[in-house]
Design a protein around this ligand. Sequence first.
Ligand SMILES: C[S@@+](CC[C@H](N)C(=O)[O-])C[C@H]1O[C@@H](n2cnc3c(N)ncnc32)[C@H](O)[C@@H]1O
Length: 300
Amino acid sequence: VHETVLRDETVALLAPAPGKRFVDGTLGGGGHAEALLKAGAEVIGLDRDPRALAAARERLAGFPKLRTVQSNYSEMAERLAADNVWPVDGILLDLGVSSPQLDEADRGFSFSKEGPLDMRMGDTGLTAAEHLEQATEPELVQVLKVWGEEPFARPIARELKRALPKTTFEAAEAVKRAVPRKAWPNKIHVATRTFQALRIWVNGELTALDHFLEIFPGLIRVGGRVAVISFHSLEDRRVKEAFRGLEGRCICPPGLPVCGCGARGSFKVLTKKSVQPSDAERERNPRSRSARLRAVEKVR
Ligand SMILES: C[S@@+](CC[C@H](N)C(=O)[O-])C[C@H]1O[C@@H](n2cnc3c(N)ncnc32)[C@H](O)[C@@H]1O
């Protein structure tokens, strides 16, 4: 079961009420959606993972105002337009993987559970093992450097290309061979960054987020809100910059001595600093520790 992260904080920022329509772009176990539905709102829940959708549908069977769609959230505009249900009053993204995805060995996300090196959240596209076969070593170095921020990207890429692992354990062993024992990190498993990078790559996670951050302003009505929970700095940085950018950039022609446009953006940032889990939540749910919540409201 997935333990919902920052549930109350997120719901307070989204301000659900009867008559309002929300899109939960990462429905997962349905924990956030349930809170929105309980407040009387309508929810359109998207997830690319058919298993997650089935579990959420079962959990939320008592809520007729829930509609579920198997979809990448980056295709949200097309989905809403197809059903003629936009603009909406709010959108939520709770990024990353869910606990069932991490915990089910056959999904191949975890270096501590033996399974096929798959890592796909959905049921389409290449698995991680297939990506490793097809990529060149320099491509793999970039993946590990950029998406894993892995200092040993080169030797790990060399070893992964040599070994072409087919299982999670084989991949973790390849990383262990590539990194000198004395350089293994103290607090995290030596394969953590590699697994993060492969997961982001296989699922096109940052591409989806970048696309969403470009298109969401057109999907929201004035007064509507958008909340995003991210789990690593690559995501949080993008969300922070996109939200700030919408708050009001000067659009005067270059060369004007003073700003004449008033630099009024159409959004207001509701979280000057990101909202983080309380000590009690971190204690209860260690997976919440890296969560950062940011939200904006469309004001004009
Ligand atoms: C952290 S879980 C969401 C948990 C949920 N908020 C809850 O409280 O139960 C993230 C979910 O988002 C889905 N997901 C991740 N990226 C996605 C994408 N680009 N499009 C659609 N679903 C995605 C995953 O399959 C996973 O089920």
